[in-house]
Write a protein that binds this ligand. Sequence first.
Ligand SMILES: [Zn+2]
Length: 319
Amino acid sequence: MDHLQRSRLNLLTSHLLDRGALLRLDPESIAERAADQRARFIGIHHMRIAVDEQDPGRPAWLTSREVTDRFGQCEGRVYLGEAGQTPYFALLLDHNLPKSSEGFSGLRSLAREVSNAEATLLAYAQAMAAWHHRYRFCGHCGGATQPDQGGHVRLCSEVQCGATHYPRTDPAIIVLVQRGSHALFGRKPEWPPNRYSTIAGFVEPGESAEQAVVREVDEETGIDVTAVRYHSSQPWPFPGSLMLGYHAQAGSERISLNDQELEDAIWLSREELASRIAQGLFVPPPSISISFRLIEDWFDQESPFTLHTVCQKNEVEFF
Ligand SMILES: [Zn+2]
């Protein structure tokens, strides 16, 4: 399986959308699509997604008339692209509604209820909305910025500056470290009880993603990484990361929580992992995450049961 195929198995990586990158340069075409009766709009409000008022487990893809009925006039919108004959837009509602508004839900819970294609679109919409919210002012001169190109750039409105700002994606690495038959798991103090995951961290300026793997594993666990193998990637719009997934080999075993970012780190074999899940002592990362996939790919290689089966059998609640 090549990396494209492997990445497509990650949630939030559906490729069914035509992003219409060239179309963004033509404001009239964007306006035509927004006026099209087939167009659908998804409201995003402070990192939460508008849900159906009758069925709160479903995202509310609204027509333009329904948008006006529910939210009034909305200036901020982002052209996301088209699937089939349907143009899709994100609505930026941060300034339209009070912060505590009801009728919105988090991507993590919605993503489990909808298809991968729909979850991908929601993740894209959320990432764009979060970027617009953070880049209302120019990083060069502090002037106000205005959206352009269907919401895919923001332009500084100060004549002397006029800087163009593009949506940001921040690369982060996430890695399952192996040593013999064991894999390394860590837990952050702010996580729900017994949640463990793979090691992760942001790539720093001036380093490669592979160097970031070696550095993060050393900083967080004191483990020496000797080999790194790329697995796949996943957009992670909380608010704007791209997770680069790896499997790595450890050259040492002794754990030392050097930077105190983790409160615990443990080596587990597949049998120990299954046993801990059964006892409620290990809650895996959310099933929508690349972290789960990294663990699953390792676990399923040499186990009579898949990780999914183990989680289902023990009624693991992903959260
Ligand atoms: Zn500026």
